[in-house]
Ligand binder design. Structure first.
Ligand SMILES: Nc1nc2c(c(=O)[nH]1)N=C([C@H](O)[C@H](O)COP(=O)(O)OP(=O)(O)OP(=O)(O)O)CN2
Ligand SMILES: [Zn+2]
Length: 148
């Protein structure tokens, strides 16, 4: 059968499971590697010195074998705990640039936020389980990162 392998007589099935989490944070798009004038030119209104806020929505997807005994790729309750540690505690109701040391010198774009979440999530999950981080910065601005 396409997309599956047989081992010891049992067909191995691969599943993708996703947990969605929302959080609120503010930020300012500003690069320490650009002058004030260049920052204004590149980031426009998003370079406003006092920042602006978003209600971010993050989808965390893991990929793996569906365990024939438990019927799970991983327990979603465990994924929920990882998301609490990696997303909610450090990011929710925070100023990304001032409260999260990582963003002191890294521009808090959604791309970089996805990388930040990926790098920390991957440390808390079993190897090769994390598949994708998808962030809705707004309803219209969506970023996907897969660790490449
Ligand atoms: N490549 C990226 N570009 C931009 C990012 C980003 O993270 N990566 N972020 C922003 C801003 O943070 C900004 O808040 C987006 O605002 P805006 O464009 O106004 O958002 P919407 O498109 O949803 O707003 P509408 O006015 O309703 O179109 C900018 N660029
Ligand atoms: Zn923004």
């Amino acid at each position: 059968m396409a997309g599956s392998s047989v081992s010891g007589g049992a067909t191995e099935r691969i599943g993708y499971i996703t947990r969605v989490q929302s959080f609120s944070a503010c930020h300012r798009l500003h690069s320490v590697d650009l002058s004030d004038e260049e920052n204004k030119k590149v980031f426009g209104k998003c370079n406003n010195p006092n920042g602006h806020g978003h209600n971010y929505k993050v989808e965390v997807t893991v990929r793996g074998k569906i365990d024939p005994i438990t019927g799970m790729v991983m327990n979603l309750t465990d994924l929920k705990k990882c998301i609490e540690e990696v997303i909610m505690i450090p990011l929710d109701h925070k100023n990304l640039d001032k409260d999260v040391p990582y963003f002191a010198r890294v521009v808090s774009t959604t791309e970089n936020l996805a990388v930040y979440i990926w790098d920390n999530m991957v440390k808390t999950l079993l190897p090769n389980l994390l598949y994708e981080i998808k962030i809705y910065e707004t309803d219209k601005n969506i970023v996907v990162y897969r660790g490449e």
